[in-house]
Design a protein around this ligand. Structure first.
Ligand SMILES: Nc1ncnc2c1ncn2[C@@H]1O[C@H](COP(=O)(O)OP(=O)(O)OP(=O)(O)O)[C@@H](O)[C@H]1O
Ligand SMILES: [Mg+2]
Length: 268
């Protein structure tokens, strides 16, 4: 449990974040504020270059905002921390370590003993359906399997907030679908607060409880949309989800917003 000091503060609060590059001549993010709710999945959606990755890197503590501040459970973010686990688009497993050792790696850095490490790694490999591949090296694995190792490794460090930058972007359509279903399964079990960046509107609606849509130049929040039509349920089967009343309207709204953004850039 959290200490009393962290109390009921939200897992993450971004307060009027701006980020400038090139000595202030380029504004990547402008006055972005949001609060995440515990155990919710939030998708960051928006056109290329709208600042999604920049925002996530600031949340992870890998970059600093030019203005504004960020709090995790009420405490200011001063850098990366074990409370936030990041998964990148590119596979981030170590090629010289087996799947098992990859999953154990972070726990080793955290000072967790050999026995517990092994036991927890086994549990997480099972969770991502890779228990039979504990001794395999990433080079002998498919893209989806490598990304599952990365997921297990990040979850094994038990972050409260999981940050994912287009985690399935490099995967082909079918593996991507499997990974999305796996995500829903994992989040239901592990109770994490998640931020996932995606270009893919269908993926955003499938995964997210809330969608934050960014507009670009400068990156601002264009819309903050609760995915209400799911009524707080997470559907594992996409074919059920797409038939719910509200699905098509939301998809239409997001496509229209994306279209607006693309057209604005063309005419700018
Ligand atoms: N280190 C940097 N120096 C200068 N400009 C940068 C830097 N990092 C990002 N930018 C610019 O900031 C803007 C936002 O970049 P960011 O990578 O956050 O966009 P994104 O929404 O993640 O895009 P994509 O969907 O293509 O990944 C872009 O115009 C990018 O060129
Ligand atoms: Mg990006």
């Amino acid at each position: 449990m959290d200490t009393a000091a962290t109390g009921t503060a939200p897992p993450l609060r971004a307060i009027r974040i701006s980020k400038e590059y090139l000595g202030g001549s380029f504004k990547a993010l402008d006055d972005v504020s949001f609060e995440l709710r515990e155990n919710q999945i939030t998708a960051f959606v928006g056109p290329s270059g709208c600042g999604k990755t920049t925002m996530l890197r600031i949340v992870a503590g890998l970059e600093y905002p030019t203005r504004g501040r960020l709090e995790v459970f009420g405490k200011p973010v001063v850098g990366p921390g074990p409370d936030r686990g990041m998964i990148f688009q590119a596979y981030t497993s170590f090629p010289w370590l087996t799947a098992q050792k990859n999953v154990e790696y972070g726990m080793k850095l955290m000072g967790i003993g050999t026995g517990e490490r092994r036991e927890r790694a086994n549990g997480f490999l099972k969770l991502v359906h890779l228990e039979k591949f504990a001794g395999s090296y990433p080079r002998s694995m498919s893209g989806g399997m490598k990304q599952r190792v990365a997921l297990a490794r990040t979850l094994a460090q038990n972050p409260k907030v999981l940050l994912m930058d287009e985690p399935f972007g490099a995967l082909d359509a079918q593996v991507r679908w499997e990974m999305q279903e796996l995500m829903i399964e994992l989040i239901e079990r592990e109770k994490k607060t998640v931020v996932a960046i995606t270009h893919d509107i269908e993926e955003a609606i499938y995964l997210a409880d809330r969608i934050i849509f960014f507009s670009r130049q400068p990156g601002r929040i264009k819309a903050d949309i609760p995915v209400d039509f799911k009524n707080g349920r997470r559907y594992q089967r996409k074919e059920e989800l797409v038939r719910l009343p509200g699905y098509a309207d939301l998809e239409h709204r997001l496509f229209a917003m994306m279209r607006e953004e693309i057209q604005e850039t063309k005419t700018a």
